[in-house]
Design a protein around this ligand. Structure first.
Ligand code: HAS
Ligand code: CU
Length: 552
């Protein structure tokens, strides 16, 4: 007898639409990456018609924005359907409208990058000015995510109404936390694009308040990184326990971590602007304190996941302090890929704490160190987890199997990605400390560092960075091969969507954790506290506005 699908067939189609585009972005984005890595390493020169900055913009936008956002929506829609039941036709239609608005926006912005009308990098800092159509595309992108988010929230609200008094499944609780975080955060980018960049690029106003635009951007830009991270955490908390044959250590602690992210993710954008003139020290200091608060939920996560691993191992008869390590399913790529992501997060999080410390930020800001940091956070912790999810999610959605042969390739993929990233990011971190700048093509500015580097060692060498990039490119193409196999060629089968249980002796979850109104209220209060006075100051005592620049 055929088992019922884990995710409704119609809901599966919506999720797969997102996932196809996510991996198309991986394909194109890592192609741009390897070429620019070779240029940056001084190994090749680009043909005249392509600029380094055009390539770098495509790389950042495709990987940091398109790949992540599409994968996240595909994953969240599927998980909601799995844990709360099939979507209604209305919710599904809303999901599709969101998908199409997002996609039209993506294509429009991408077209502007291709025509070299938007080589402004993924942070599109003023006074660099792109074509107005680029900003229209960004606007549609954000609106598309809002509509898709509304579909997820509608699904959740319907479930809550039908199941009054019941505790919601952890997956859906975390989805709602992630989407609420995204809503509050994306108001910042919507504001700067609609009120500043669009009128300015259309020529309606001559000048732009750069300080204000960066501040609104980073109000959004920091929580953006948690919008990438939280879906990975969902997989760690909800799916990984099942994959390793264990149970989640504590449901309440998991929910608390997500609530803390909602509270503390947003009023911290100034840690990207510590070196920026025009923001007084007190407000920077306050936001750095809040940044240290937002480290706590990641430390809680490290504790929870570690405990989950240990409990699982001991339940299988492990002895001694670390005997449980051997009981983890090391040969299973659905575990191994996210696990390597977790390992990366230990130095990556430490690097984040370094960045957030004012004096040390002065050393690393605007250097390759920061580029190294984000390649081991979003480029490793998050992406390796997403790959780990894809190994079972695509088979679930397509009614196929993750075969032993694909598992073997996926293990190789993980190892290649890890090795490539280790060398590339390691070199970036050290070169950054030596003063190599970021957002810069190959220049002789680094000659001193590199000349010494040939003698110093492997990691203070730009060529190492490029070689790491080449290994990553190979890993990426292997991933694309696996994805195509899982979507179209793997044998038909029933594959399980892993949803873990909570350990039996875990206490009952306090209901207050699901009081979203309360948490949003506190989050808004913190945001108003951290931002109102500095924003008023930036508007009232605005620095002279800047005309547009198009240096490419
Ligand atoms: Fe960051 C810049 C500070 C986390 C991404 N960050 C960036 C940029 C990106 C980015 C993209 O304060 C560049 C933006 C640009 O283009 O200019 N970051 C932090 C801090 C954290 C942090 C304090 N960042 C992330 C995450 C990202 C991300 C996550 C993406 C997903 N970051 C900064 C600062 C800058 C910055 C400054 C600006 C720099 C500048 O000057 O421009 C924290 O959230 C980190 C907390 C994390 C931890 C680690 C916990 C460890 C865990 C793993 C457990 C392992 C297990 C396995 C369970 C404290 C959870 C154990 C099992 C065994 C058997 C061993
Ligand atoms: Cu940040």
């Amino acid at each position: 007898m055929r088992q019922a699908a884990e995710v409704d067939i119609h809901d599966s189609k919506l999720s797969m639409a997102y996932i196809y585009i996510a991996f198309a972005a991986l394909f194109l984005g890592t192609m741009a990456g390897v070429v620019q890595g070779l240029v940056r390493g001084g190994l090749i020169e680009l043909p005249y018609s392509i600029s380094y900055y055009q390539l770098l913009t495509a790389h950042g936008v495709l990987l940091a924005l398109v790949l992540t956002t599409y994968f996240i929506y595909g994953f969240l829609h599927a998980g909601m359907s799995r844990t709360l039941g099939t979507m209604t036709p209305f919710e599904r239609r809303l999901g599709w409208v969101g998908f199409w608005v997002l996609t039209i926006g993506t294509l429009l912005s991408f077209a502007m990058i291709l025509t070299n009308d938007a080589s402004v990098l993924y942070t599109f800092y003023a006074p660099l000015q792109a074509s107005p159509l680029y900003y229209v595309g960004l606007t549609l992108f954000v609106v598309g995510t809002w509509i898709g988010g509304a579909s997820l929230l509608a699904h959740y609200i319907r479930w809550k109404k039908r199941n009054r008094g019941q505790i919601t499944p952890l997956f859906s609780f975390m989805t709602v936390g992630t989407i609420l975080l995204w809503y509050v955060a994306s108001i910042g980018v919507a504001a700067t694009v609609l009120l500043q960049f669009l009128p300015w690029s259309l020529g309606l106003v001559d000048n732009i308040n750069i300080l204000l635009s960066r501040t609104l951007f980073w109000y959004f830009g920091h929580p953006l990184v948690y919008f990438w991270l939280l879906p990975a955490y969902i997989a760690w908390y909800v799916c990984i326990p099942k994959i390793i044959g264990g149970k989640l250590f504590s449901d309440s602690l998991a929910r608390l971590a997500f609530v803390l992210f909602l509270l503390f993710s947003i009023p911290v954008g100034f840690h990207h602007q510590l070196m920026e003139a025009g923001i007084s020290e007190f407000w920077k200091y306050l936001q750095v304190v809040l940044t240290f608060a937002v480290i706590v939920p990641s430390l809680l996560t490290a504790f929870s996941i570690f405990a989950t691993f240990e409990l699982a191992g001991r339940a299988k008869g492990a002895r001694g302090a670390f005997g449980w390590v051997r009981k983890l399913p090391w040969g299973d790529a659905r575990f191994f890929a996210p696990f390597m992501g977790m390992l990366f997060f230990i130095p990556a999080g430490t690097g984040g704490i370094i960045n957030a410390s004012n004096q040390m930020n002065a050393v690393v800001h605007n250097t390759l160190w920061v580029v190294g940091h984000f390649h081991i956070t979003v480029g490793s912790t998050v992406i390796l987890t997403f790959f780990g999810i894809a190994y079972w999610l695509i088979p679930v959605l397509r009614g196929r199997a993750f075969t032993a042969r694909m598992n073997k390739l996926a293990m190789t993929q993980t190892i290649l990605w890890t090795v490539g990233m280790f060398f590339m990011s390691g070199a970036m971190h050290l070169l950054g400390l030596l003063g190599a700048p970021r957002r810069t093509a190959y220049t002789t500015y680094q000659d001193h560092a590199t000349a010494a580097a040939w003698f110093d060692g492997v990691f203070t060498n730009q060529v190492t960075m490029a070689l790491g990039g080449v290994i990553l490119f190979v890993a990426s193409m292997l991933m694309i091969y696996i994805v195509i196999n899982l979507a179209f060629f793997a044998p038909k089968a029933h594959t399980e969507f892993p949803i873990g249980e909570v350990a039996d002796d875990a206490r009952e979850t306090p209901r207050i954790l699901e009081n979203w109104k309360l948490w949003i209220g506190i989050a808004v209060a913190l945001i108003l506290f951290a931002y109102t006075i500095p924003l008023m100051d930036m508007i009232q005592n605005a620095p002279p506005g800047s005309p547009p620049f198009r240096p490419w």
